[in-house]
Design a protein around this ligand. Structure first.
Ligand code: ADP
Ligand code: MG
Length: 564
């Protein structure tokens, strides 16, 4: 009970910090159980891990608030933010190192499944990190009493009991996420790959802030009539917006007119967003993958021959490996790897693409003969990708009209407003011929499954950890994720690191990378995200659910990764 906890703290007060180990255990409070799972060895070490478990009957949430997985993730997200808000208002406890800190992993503008909060039919459990208070390296018992016996009960009272929360706001969270998931699942049936609701706010505050841009100069999204789609959502009812059809879509327009901003919003549309974000109903098919050039990355036996063959060094591009890819080879590998793991939509921006990968005009074709150029440009494969592989593309291209010939839909951004200029672009394509020759022979883009080997992925005995959102460490190796743009949360990177450790048990030199990751995600679906943590059943660390695409992307960038 909490009296026992108080007794232990009184006893160890003023002793060396190591004596804190004695408080590991579980303690009954009036309204909840406190689990102290892990105590840090010193005040500067990563903070201690605790959980509070509140019976559902006490917290007061009705089943309707988590009756399906959309609602459950939304309620969990809401409660995490609610706890974070209570923590913010607590007075600070002074001392060395992380003394007195209380932390919950609340996430940013996206709503992701995360390990920080779990709602079940029986209880609500919040997972927090605390810096146990110290003066120097001695235990500050008074501080610990304040933190654990005063602040923690306050957090439960104000942050986790329905009677003290804004119930309308909880319902807004739950119904909004449910509508977002509903719409994402509906896209295919509507023949769309993305939807951008009228009134959406796409631009962000700054390059480093993901919050919506504010002020009178912000132009809310307004769909062109010809692309306007009306959808009826289960909670919000009817909304309208721009539907981007399956096929090849170009986004054109003058510089600074909002092309990249639209594409960025579409990239993020694979995730749900919090009410007030401005992108709540910017919804993209769930398996959309952003493709960019990424010179310097490693590539392990990828068949990029659809895009690149006859390299000057005679290298085989049907099983292409390199420690240092060029702009065009990296972009080709990124596409093939995305297809290997599964995608129905590629997103490309001219700003981050290799020019020679994207276009090759008539004049250049004349100067440099086909057999002198290893690259088959994307323009000559993009239709085939759609017609034979069923993979759509949305491409920002303000710099070359050659793409008019291969586009199904052309959207022009002008003063941050979209216009449907498909007809006009087609007419221009008729009037002004590009005179270029199509360079793709009619061979299918068939992507082979690669079989990972255990060597290179062996995590046993190694430290597998994420350093920051962009870096995972596996032993002495670092995986660089700077250009994996659809990782949006540091805790997703944490989860990917854990998955790399966890997946080892499925590697048997017969299963493909996709099969292995499918098995991992099946476990996650059945047993929860924390199944990948070595501390399953306790505070599992701060994890947020990544997509299978980003997990594969991380593995593909691991320099020791080897396939059969
Ligand atoms: P492009 O890719 O066409 O060159 P960007 O998408 O990079 O243009 O946008 C240029 C600038 O305009 C950015 O600073 C962006 O934040 C801002 N911006 C984009 N869309 C809007 C909008 N709807 N309202 C106000 N500002 C916007
Ligand atoms: Mg741009």
């Amino acid at each position: 009970t909490k009296e026992q906890l108080k007794k232990i703290i009184d006893k160890i007060d003023g002793k060396g910090y190591k004596a804190y180990k004695e408080i590991e255990g579980e303690y009954e409070f009036e309204k909840f159980t406190l689990y102290i799972d892990y105590v840090q060895p010193d005040p500067f070490a990563p903070p201690s891990r605790i959980r509070v478990r509140v019976p559902l009957s006490i917290s007061g949430f009705e089943k309707e608030l988590f009756s399906n997985s959309s609602r459950q993730v939304a309620l969990e997200d809401f409660l995490t933010r609610s706890v974070a808000q209570v923590i913010e208002k607590l007075p600070s406890i002074k001392g060395t190192g992380h003394s007195g800190n209380i932390y919950i992993d609340k996430g940013g503008q996206e709503i992701l499944k995360r390990s920080a909060m779990v709602v079940t039919e029986n209880y609500i459990e919040a997972r927090m990190n605390v810096g146990l208070p110290a003066f120097g390296r001695k235990i500050n018992g008074r501080g610990a009493l304040t933190q654990l016996l005063d602040f923690i009960p306050q957090i439960v009272e104000k942050g986790l009991l329905k009677k003290n929360l804004n119930v309308d706001k909880i319902w807004l969270w739950v119904t909004t996420v449910e509508d977002q998931d509903y719409l994402r699942n509906l896209l295919k049936e509507l023949g769309l790959v993305a939807f951008v609701a009228d009134g959406s706010i796409l631009p962000r505050e700054s390059g480093v802030s993901d919050k919506p841009l504010k002020g009178k100069n912000v132009v809310p999204f307004k769909s062109p009539e010809s692309l306007r789609v009306k959808v009826t959502l289960p909670n919000r009812g009817e909304i309208t917006g721009m539907g981007i059809p399956q096929g090849v879509t170009l986004i054109v327009g003058g510089g600074y007119h909002g092309k990249s901003t639209l594409l960025k919003a579409l990239e993020r549309g694979v995730y749900n967003h919090i009410p007030g974000d401005g992108r709540e109903f910017v919804i993209t098919v769930e398996d959309a993958v952003k493709i960019r050039a990424e010179d310097g990355r490693r590539v392990e036996k990828v068949d990029i021959s659809a895009f690149i063959k006859n390299l000057p060094n005679g290298e085989d591009t049907t099983s292409f490996s390199t420690e240092n890819a060029s702009g065009s080879t990296s972009q080709a590998a990124n596409i093939i790897e995305a297809i290997e793991i599964g995608t129905s939509l590629l997103l490309l921006d001219e700003d981050t693409s290799a020019t020679n990968f994207m276009i090759r005009d008539a004049r250049m074709q004349k100067l440099i003969a086909k057999d002198e150029e290893p690259i088959t440009p994307f323009i000559d494969r993009v239709r085939q990708l759609y017609e034979q592989n069923g993979i759509s593309t949305i491409l920002v291209m303000g710099g070359s009209g050659d793409y008019f010939d291969v586009a199904d839909c052309v959207i022009k951004m002008h003063n941050y407003r979209p216009f449907d200029v498909t007809e006009e672009a087609k007419k221009i394509a008729q009037e002004i011929k590009t005179e270029r020759k199509i360079e793709s022979e009619d061979i299918p883009i068939a992507v082979k499954d690669r079989i990972p080997l255990k060597e290179g992925l062996r995590a046993k005995g190694k430290k597998v950890k994420s350093k920051d959102k962009e870096t995972i460490r596996l032993g002495y190796e670092e995986i660089e994720l700077d250009y994996v743009e659809q990782i949006v949360d540091k805790s997703q990177t944490n989860a990917i690191a854990e998955i790399i450790r966890y997946m080892e048990k499925y590697i048997d030199e017969r299963k493909s990378l996709k099969e292995i990751l499918k098995a991992v995600f099946k476990d996650i679906n059945e047993k929860g995200l924390e199944i990948v943590s070595p501390f399953y059943g306790k505070h599992p660390g701060n994890l947020a659910l990544p997509r299978i695409q980003e997990v594969a992307a991380a593995i593909n960038r691991l320099r020791s990764f080897k396939v059969k």
